[in-house]
Design a protein. Sequence first.
Length: 96
Amino acid sequence: TKADTYHTVGVIFFVLNFQLIMAGRLGVHGPSPPGWLLGLYWANICSALMFLVTFTWLAMHAGARATAGAAHMLTRHVRLPIPSPAMLDKARKTGN
């Protein structure tokens, strides 16, 4: 479903976010940038991480709800009604 695709995209962005945290650290391979720039960097990384947690949580629940809704539609609203023996007897009596 689409929700499962969104969940996959969210996990990919999680990986990219952690790559920025771990391997993309500022100031490791050269002089350290000013403190205000590092503050903006970490604020953006943390806000992106909070957004991704919310995004993947909602995508996971949307996928579960879509699967439950599909199962409900297939078993409740689409299935043909099976007549009871009383309904069959009534149909036989009216047809004669």
